[in-house]
Design a protein around this ligand. Structure first.
Ligand SMILES: [Zn+2]
Length: 323
């Protein structure tokens, strides 16, 4: 209860109550409220420097969680990069090497993105560095995957071409071993059966009875089936592409026509003794880029290691050819 104050009124000779003015009361109240507000504000300002509000605590927890998640994602990116590096290494050192493609240089595989700063949008925050770096790594990883994927497409194409090449080149013995009387003569210096002079024999002679089947040694197109070349008699030439031509001479009969497409192993004709020949045999030649090469190096297609060894020994004997 507020104290009641009195004063002595000399006119009325009595004590009277002192009345306080209303405006004075309002002034006091206003000053008090201003002081309280100021005090409150200062206390809040000071305390907020040292203590977090529940909302701030929540935000800071979220931030920590986000940083942790970024770190985990970066670890997973490390694993992905390591796995990709393994594939890239095999790609350069095995696949591309095998198919004679140049290795893809590291700087091409790890190329970033130049020009304008594409990470500018992440700038201006406490975690800008973390976010920009993570995005940069992811961009490089994505690009490296595209480069690797393109390389594998290229390898697949080369593998397909190589398969075609392997099917095309003359790579089997043109006469079945079972039908051979003997492998008469190989590629190299031999005694000419007619002149008895030592001269170079550019093919291989397979002795077999007249009418023995002759097979195409690789896929290709029959370019010739005639007797218009001196010495060869009835002969067939197959163009295999890639610079390879196989020639089959002294035939008894043809089983193909000019411009006919043949597959390796197709029956193309029969052994005979037409042209400059001493006895029924197949004279077989392989041309590479116009040069006659030793057919002995091409029989990996249908001979066992043992058969090949035997053939090699016989073919290297310097005997008389059948031409
Ligand atoms: Zn010959």
């Amino acid at each position: 209860m507020a104290k009641v104050k009195y004063y002595y009124d000399s006119e009325t000779l009595s004590y009277r109550k002192i009345k306080r003015k209303k405006t004075t009361t309002l002034k006091y109240a206003g000053a008090f409220l201003t002081a309280a507000a100021l005090f409150g504000f200062i206390s809040y300002f000071i305390s907020s420097q040292y203590f977090e509000s529940p909302k701030e605590r929540q935000l800071s927890r979220e931030l920590q969680n986000m940083q942790l998640q970024y770190e985990l994602i970066n670890k997973r990116m490390d694993d992905a990069i390591a796995a990709l590096e393994n594939v890239e290494e095999r790609d350069n050192a095995i696949y591309r090497l095998y198919f004679e493609a140049n290795p893809i240089p590291e700087e091409q595989r790890r190329a970033g993105f130049g020009g304008i700063n594409r990470y500018k949008k992440y700038e201006g925050f406490d975690n800008s560095q973390l976010i920009a770096e993570s995005n940069k790594r992811l961009d490089i990883l994505e690009k490296a995957i595209v480069v690797q994927s393109k390389s594998l497409d290229e390898i697949a194409k080369l593998a397909e071409d190589k398969e075609k090449f392997l099917e095309a080149i003359p790579a089997i013995q043109p006469v079945n071993n079972l039908n051979l009387t003997r492998m008469a003569s190989g590629y190299g210096y031999r005694t000419d059966p007619f002149t008895k002079v030592r001269k170079f024999h550019f093919g291989m002679d397979f002795t077999a009875p007249r009418g023995t089947p002759i097979y195409a040694s690789g896929d290709g197109v029959v370019k010739r089936a005639d007797n218009a070349s001196t010495g060869y008699g009835n002969h067939i030439r197959i163009d295999h592409g890639y610079g390879y031509i196989s020639l089959y001479a002294h035939l008894y009969k043809y089983n193909v026509k000019v411009n006919q497409r043949v597959k390796r192993g197709d029956l193309i004709g029969f052994v005979g003794s037409t042209g400059r020949s001493e006895a029924p045999h197949l004279h077989y030649e392989i041309f590479k880029d116009g040069e006659r090469i030793n057919p002995i190096n091409f029989y990996y297609g249908n001979l066992s290691a043992e058969e090949y060894d035997k053939l090699l020994k016989k073919a290297s004997l310097e005997n008389q050819s059948l031409d």
